[in-house]
Design a protein around this ligand. Structure first.
Ligand SMILES: Nc1ncnc2c1ncn2[C@@H]1O[C@H](COP(=O)(O)OP(=O)(O)OP(=O)(O)O)[C@@H](O)[C@H]1O
Length: 304
């Protein structure tokens, strides 16, 4: 469990994280979604004990990160995949981590296999890695101590669609075994593919949170019937705005249940009814964050 309560981080006059509270539960992948500069990395750095909070608390498994003995065996952290020593090979980096953690070296090969880095790739220097390979290595490093909590900042950055699918499977299995995952992204479709719970942050504040289904449910319905013209008219009489959807059918600004009721009352046969799709969630994400999506000056000289 990751618990964040009333967390605030100020850099001079600038508030990077503004009274943020949330909890990430075991068995769930929680996606932390927000535009650039929204405060995701700062929040994660505070959780991982790398940046002090101005006020509020963040605990991992009930304890502040800095107070966890041998934290890598409890919490796996990947904050910056590019920060790995460029002159070492992937395998060397993992062997060094294993030695530091007192973990058998056999675990290194297991982790390399888990993240699909071949022996040949593992023996290359990290400076020759693609960003996607660095992310895989970073995930292997985070998992090395067999932690039950994972904190990953933009882990899908640089992964191709097959890589994102691979990561989704890995994190899904991890969560299904009871693990807790917090991962960030500034791209909605990555979060949508991977996460069960979604936290949306903009200008340092949580602007929406809920399960993926809840956020979709609050976002209209996609409907197709045997007579969409009659359905659009019936919906309009019920004060529900509907418009033609890409690929046929209608997009209605109401919950699927309400759309279904109108159709039933009007005797219209539906052939498809479901929550609004990702394009609408994207609209919501843009709406929720547009007030906060503005250029913010970086304060020169400010230190964590
Ligand atoms: N050390 C620092 N000194 C001053 N300002 C900082 C510092 N670190 C972060 N900030 C500011 O805090 C705000 C939040 O930054 P943060 O890196 O947490 O955002 P983010 O959501 O992770 O963005 P991105 O998706 O671009 O990584 C930004 O305005 C950033 O400029």
């Amino acid at each position: 469990m990751i618990t964040v309560e009333n967390l605030t981080k100020r850099y001079g006059d600038h508030i990077a994280v503004d009274d943020v509270s949330f909890a990430c539960k075991p068995g769930q992948v929680t996606g932390f979604l927000g535009p650039n500069g929204a405060g995701k990395s700062t929040t994660m750095r505070i959780i991982a004990g790398l940046t002090p909070a101005s006020s509020g608390t963040a605990t991992v498994g009930g304890t502040a990160f800095r107070d966890i003995p041998n934290p890598a065996t409890q919490v796996g952290v990947l904050l910056d995949a590019s920060a790995q020593h460029a002159g070492r090979t992937g395998a060397e980096i993992l062997r060094l981590s294993a030695m530091t953690l007192g973990i058998p070296k056999s675990r290194v090969a297991e982790m390399l296999e888990m993240v699909s880095l071949t022996p040949d790739e593992a023996d290359r220097r990290v400076r020759n890695y693609s960003l996607g390979m660095r992310q895989r290595l970073g995930i292997a490093n985070a998992l090395l101590g067999d932690p039950h909590i994972l904190i990953l900042d933009e882990p899908a950055n640089g992964l191709d669609p097959a890589g994102i699918h691979w990561m989704r499977t890995l994190l899904r299995d991890y969560a299904n075994r009871g693990g807790t995952v917090l991962l960030s992204s500034h791209l909605l479709h990555e979060i949508e593919i991977i996460a069960d719970e979604i936290l949306v942050i903009g200008h340092g504040r949580i602007v929406a949170e809920g399960t993926k289904d809840e956020l979709l449910a609050g976002n209209g319905a996609r409907v197709r019937s045997l007579d969409d013209t009659a359905l659009a008219a019936a919906l309009s009489r019920a004060d529900i705005h509907a418009r033609p959807a890409d690929g046929g059918g209608l997009t209605a600004d109401a919950a699927p249940e309400d759309v279904g009721r109108v159709a039933a009352a009007s005797g219209i046969v539906l052939v498809e009814l479901r929550p609004g799709d990702g394009a609408q969630l994207e609209e919501m994400f843009l709406q929720l964050t547009q007030q906060t999506q503005r250029e913010q000056p970086v304060l020169q000289g400010a230190q964590p």
